[in-house]
Design a protein around this ligand. Structure first.
Ligand SMILES: Nc1ncnc2c1ncn2[C@@H]1O[C@H](COP(=O)(O)OP(=O)(O)OP(=O)(O)O)[C@@H](O)[C@H]1O
Ligand SMILES: [Mg+2]
Length: 250
């Protein structure tokens, strides 16, 4: 693993207006180039808040984020050019077709004309969507929407890709297509940070994971390190339950 992190997070804290507790509570973390890093935690743990701050969607209350050597307080716009964002809530226009949605997102990243069209065609093919490109996204299945949502974050060839629960609510086929593609772009050098509730998936996909709960990191390491540290548990899911408890969260 390279000694120079591609993402340096220091004492990151987010207190939403009117909240009693911080949603993210002084998280410090280094992520290294070419990792597939999993941010795992129960509902309300602070995963989306953390990833949203890293992507520059809203500011932290305290702390700092340096991405690829660029301090987000100094040049957030430069960071935005090298990152791709795939949000938890599908951010597509239901009355536009798949192709129109992707054209819109491509334009937002400054891509136009045949360069953009070629990319869109490439990704529609890659994700088995070419037949559906002319249909309104509102009529797509959940898996198709997730795939378009992912393509929208990939069009500008980001160096770092953030995905917030990219495989939630989809069938095995769409899940496999998405995960295989993430592995493929990771092999080509893209650093991936993703959140999930799916422990088995994270265990097989991630180079390292952080388990967060109530805004704090409570475990960090390679899945196999966490298993070695907790020999009484046979998989990541059991460690996760052990650390976060069985109580339901909202
Ligand atoms: N815009 C907001 N205003 C106030 N509180 C918020 C806001 N967004 C999230 N929260 C609160 O912050 C905490 C962390 O939420 P967050 O969405 O980051 O969790 P999460 O780990 O992504 O959960 P999930 O698994 O349900 O997606 C929760 O207590 C949540 O209710
Ligand atoms: Mg979330």
């Amino acid at each position: 693993m390279s000694p120079k992190p591609i993402i340096e997070i220091r004492e990151l804290t987010k207190i939403y207006k009117g909240a009693d507790e911080p949603a993210v509570n002084s998280i410090s973390l280094d992520i290294f180039p070419n990792e597939i890093f999993g941010l795992l935690g129960p509902n309300g743990a602070g995963k989306t808040t953390t990833i949203s701050i890293l992507c520059g969607l809203f500011p932290a209350t305290k702390g700092s984020v340096v991405i690829d050597g660029i301090d987000s307080h100094v040049n957030l716009e430069q960071i935005k050019q090298i990152i791709g964002v795939v949000p938890q809530d599908i951010a597509l226009y239901p009355t536009l077709t798949g192709r129109e949605n992707l054209t819109f997102f491509g334009n937002m990243y400054g891509l136009y004309g045949s360069e953009l069209n070629n990319k869109i065609n490439h990704y529609l093919g890659e994700f088995g969507l070419e037949k559906h490109a002319g249909k309104m996204v509102g009529k797509y299945s959940g898996g198709m929407k997730r795939r378009v949502n992912l393509i929208a974050g990939l069009l500008h060839d980001p160096k770092i890709l953030f995905l917030d629960e990219p495989t939630v609510g989809i069938d095995v086929q769409s899940r496999v297509v998405i995960l295989e593609y993430l592995k493929e772009i990771n092999k080509k050098g893209v650093t991936i940070i993703y959140t999930s509730h799916h422990m088995e998936e994270a265990e097989s996909l991630c180079t390292r994971v952080a388990i967060i709960d109530r805004g704090k990191i409570i475990a960090l390491g390679q899945p196999k390190e966490l298993l070695a540290r907790n020999p009484e548990f046979s998989n990541l899911e059991n460690i996760f339950i052990h650390l976060t408890g069985k109580g339901m969260r909202d």
